[in-house]
Design a protein around this ligand. Structure first.
Ligand code: KG4
Ligand code: ZN
Length: 352
């Protein structure tokens, strides 16, 4: 079985051909990073226009890499939720067009569920049931994943997503977009203990929720002081590279502590409730962060030894947006979950 998966939820145009055994025959990601860099963030209208330019070449190249022709496909899958409306529409329209032309079934992919499924594709292990943690530019959420098509939201961010905080703090520090990799790089030379930024909600262990807005504001106040209408980037421009590195490292450490702490709390809660969930799967762009990966791995080692706890973090290339994780469509194919051709996009509403 060959499924073409299409991903255009935000600013990457991606496609992949995956098999029933989750082998990746071919894949491609066309990043729009350079297009959005000068704006310091994704401009939705420009993103959808870039998808329009990229979608056909990306699908063509993916099929070429896979060494198959369109008639060899058994289904076409596309991420239709959540994401930017204009971006989602380009992928969905391409998928529908292929389905009509090839007379193949259409499969809907939930982008967040796919981020978790990246662990399954990468490690080919039986990851379900598991707790899923998605940390991306738009989401920071914990899920109870009973099976590949049975996800229940436990809780998410009450304000900004972790990646959004990375991007906004990077802009304040005058570091380039996307902020996550820039902060990670700057932090390498910094002291993570130099400044003590807040770790919101960690003192509420029973609450599966995140908050990064206050942390972001704490960095702003650190740069310009409270209540001052000054551009933090102007203030940051007067700092030495070492000072910037120390702020980046201290901020990164605070985000990492929140993510690791909340993941650990969620796992402990499952243990207390005896749900039998001993696996934690993590995906999303922020999960590519090397400090996060190291601390999460370190934290899990004790639990792994004591009670067979398993941790899977998607490999960095499958953390940031890609179409390989759309292999979750294989599960929907098996379950006979196909979509009508009037399928719509659901930018905010997570439907399936
Ligand atoms: O999953 P993703 O590619 O797109 C969304 O679904 O949002 O995540 C993008 C986010 C951006 O905010 C980016 O700054 C962040 O992931 N990111 C990182 C790293 N690489 C990407 N954040 C921290 N450290 C990284 N190495
Ligand atoms: Zn994503």
């Amino acid at each position: 079985m060959n499924i073409l998966t299409i991903e255009t939820t935000c600013d990457e145009t991606a496609a992949a051909v995956v098999t029933e055994k989750l082998d990746v025959l071919g894949s491609m990601v066309a990043s729009q990073e350079k297009v959005h860099e000068k704006f310091g963030g994704v401009v939705p209208e420009i993103a959808s226009r870039s998808h329009l330019e990229n979608i056909v070449p990306v699908i063509d190249e993916t099929l070429r890499r896979a060494g198959i022709s369109p008639v060899d496909l058994d289904a076409v899958a596309v991420a239709n939720t959540p994401g930017l409306a204009g971006s989602l529409l380009v992928g969905l329209t391409a998928a529908k067009t292929l389905c009509v032309a090839l007379r193949k079934p259409l499969i809907a992919v939930n982008h967040l569920q796919a981020h978790i499924y990246a662990c399954k594709v990468a490690f080919k292990e039986d990851i379900f049931p598991c707790i899923g943690l998605i940390v991306s530019g738009g989401h920071s959420s914990l899920y109870r994943c009973a099976g590949p098509i049975d996800f229940t939201l436990l809780g998410g961010t009450i304000d900004d997503a972790a990646g959004e905080a990375f991007d906004k703090v990077a802009a304040m520090l005058g570091l380039p977009y996307p902020g996550g990799p820039s902060i990670q790089k700057a932090a390498l030379n910094g002291n993570p203990k130099k400044f003590r930024f807040p770790r919101p909600l960690l003192d509420e262990p029973d609450r599966p929720a995140f908050s990064f807005s206050g942390l972001k504001t704490a960095v702003r106040y650190h740069l310009v002081g409270p209540g001052k209408d000054v551009d933090p980037a102007e203030a940051a421009a007067k700092l030495s590279p070492q000072e910037i590195a120390d702020i980046a490292a201290s901020f990164q450490e605070a985000v990492v502590d929140c993510l690791v702490g909340k993941a650990v709390q969620a796992v402990k809660r499952q243990a207390m409730e005896q749900t039998g969930m001993r696996t934690l799967c993590i995906g999303g762009g922020v999960a590519a962060n090397s400090r996060f990966r190291a601390k999460m791995t370190e934290m899990s080692q004790d639990a792994a030894k004591k009670n067979g706890f398993r941790l899977f973090i998607a490999p960095p290339a499958l953390c940031t947006d890609n179409a390989v994780m759309g292999a979750i469509a294989v599960e929907r194919f098996r379950a006979g979950l196909f979509e009508p051709l009037d399928l719509d996009v659901f930018p905010g509403l997570v439907r399936n």
